[in-house]
Design a protein around this ligand. Structure first.
Ligand SMILES: [Zn+2]
Ligand SMILES: [Zn+2]
Length: 465
């Protein structure tokens, strides 16, 4: 275990706020505090500079700081730099030995537990706990990750609490609000579990929502959980992973920059697992894959023991989309009908159960059927009772395949992207979770996504998404 190295003396932001313009080559009393600031966040090494002198190493460090914070990069200590340095911020460093965290790492698993050890008296009731839970849910909706709350006695992976600023594992004395750690393998605070998410409870006021002089718990929690998942600080102003945050402010949604970062860490590749010729629709049901082909055949394949090839099990005429739900196969046909078939026994044929107009993709999830239509709408239907018709629940543009997996809908689009959407609440839109090129049909079985592509291959994306 690495011993923590808390900063021993508080960063004196008052001194920094009183300092006026300092140009490269100049000296100024109080500039040493700016140099300590740059050192604290990984921009400058102690041995490299002369205190109170804006020498070359200090100017280089200021340049990197300005670049990362979206300020005009001059290498001088100027007004915008002073303003940025005196903002409240996260205690985690931006750089390590002057180098950006290019190699923040991912967890080696996709299911993590978390526990709360303390809250804050700044917020009435337990609203701060709910705010942190909401931040976990936001990350879970954006990545193939599952977070389960446990008690502190159940060996959580992540332990959350409000601490005095003189926090033993990483001091938050000074302008810092909170800290976390990176995943095992790239830790900066501790090499053992649980990983900390610690909020400074002595020098800052916490709120739920934007309040003057206070910091929104969910906003800061979303940022700190990003570190726990392996994201470093972003240099894109406005991103959740940007290192500074204002009081009286909320940022509770991930930005494109944050989503690209989590995708880079957790998006999984597809594996080629065999052939799938002329497929037009695919469904997973009872641990098996089914597909309909353009020659009107229905096929079954057991994904356990891939040496077993597709077995013809009957006909499926003019199918455009297929799904497996409640032990039955469902298909939509080009004449706009919806059909159901019980795969056991096979002599029972398809039964017409209603209409399904211009369907391009279909999936089953949480006991309901979902379909995307040629007019870019997404529809949901409860298969029992059948008198309940399709309900329009949003958009699904250019869908070519759709699957339900782990409580989420996945959809492949004609532009080669893979999207994920949490069906509740419906206001949450599709999130880009990787690529899926040339897909003609998709579904899920046994915790994995499967797709058939236009070059007649069958692909699997391993469990975890
Ligand atoms: Zn941070
Ligand atoms: Zn701590």
């Amino acid at each position: 275990m690495t011993e923590p190295t808390p900063r021993t003396r508080k960063l004196d932001l008052d001194t920094i706020s009183r300092l006026s313009m300092v140009r490269p080559g100049d000296s100024a009393e109080g500039l040493a505090e700016v140099q300590r600031y740059l050192r604290s966040y990984g921009y400058l090494r102690r041995a490299d500079y002369t205190p109170d002198q804006l020498d070359q190493p200090t100017s280089d460090a200021l340049y990197k700081y300005q670049e990362r914070h979206g300020l005009s990069s001059s290498g001088a200590f100027d007004n915008p730099t002073r303003e940025e340095m005196t903002q409240s911020r996260c205690a985690m460093p931006d750089m390590r030995n002057g180098v950006a965290f290019a190699t923040a790492c991912a967890w080696d698993r996709r299911t993590l537990t978390f526990a709360f050890d303390s809250g804050t008296d700044d917020v009435p009731g337990a609203a701060e706990i709910d705010a942190v839970r909401a931040a976990f849910a936001t990350w879970a909706a954006a990545a193939p990750l599952t977070f389960t709350e446990v008690s502190v006695g159940q060996n959580p992976d992540i332990r959350i609490g409000w601490r005095p600023a003189t926090d033993p594992d990483l001091s938050m004395v000074g302008g810092t609000l909170a800290h976390a750690d990176f995943p095992p393998g790239c830790s900066v605070v501790t090499n053992t579990l649980p990983k900390p998410v610690h909020f400074d409870d002595s020098e800052h006021t916490w709120s739920v929502g934007a309040q003057p002089g206070a910091f929104d718990v969910e906003t800061v929690a979303l940022h700190e959980i990003g570190h726990i998942l392996g994201l470093a600080h972003s240099s894109v102003p406005g991103a959740v992973m940007f290192p500074t945050v204002r009081p009286d402010f909320t940022l509770r949604a991930l930005t494109a920059d944050d989503l690209a970062a989590i995708d880079a860490l957790y998006a999984l590749p597809w594996r080629d697992i065999g052939h799938a010729n002329n497929v037009v629709a695919m469904a997973g049901l009872n641990g098996k894959l089914y597909c309909a082909t353009s020659d009107n055949q229905l096929w079954m394949r057991d994904p356990v023991g891939w040496e077993v090839d597709w077995v013809a099990i009957g006909h499926a005429n003019n199918v455009v989309a297929m799904a497996g739900l409640n032990g039955k196969l469902f298909c939509a046909t080009s004449d706009n009908r919806l059909w159901i078939r019980d795969p056991f026994p096979w002599e029972v044929d398809w039964t017409d159960i209603g209409h399904a107009a211009t369907v391009v993709a279909m999936a089953a999830l949480n006991g309901k059927l979902f379909c995307a239509t040629a007019d870019s709408n997404l529809w949901m239907r409860d298969p029992s009772p059948w008198e309940v018709n399709w309900t329009d629940i949003g958009h699904a543009n250019n869908a070519v395949g759709m699957a339900g997996l782990s409580g989420k809908l996945f959809c492949a689009t004609a532009d080669g992207n893979l999207w994920m959407r949490d069906p509740s609440p419906w206001e949450v839109d599709w999130t880009d979770v990787g690529h899926a090129n040339n897909v003609v049909a998709m579904d899920a079985v046994n915790g994995s996504l499967f797709c058939a592509t236009s070059d007649s291959r069958l692909w699997m994306r391993p469990p975890g998404i």
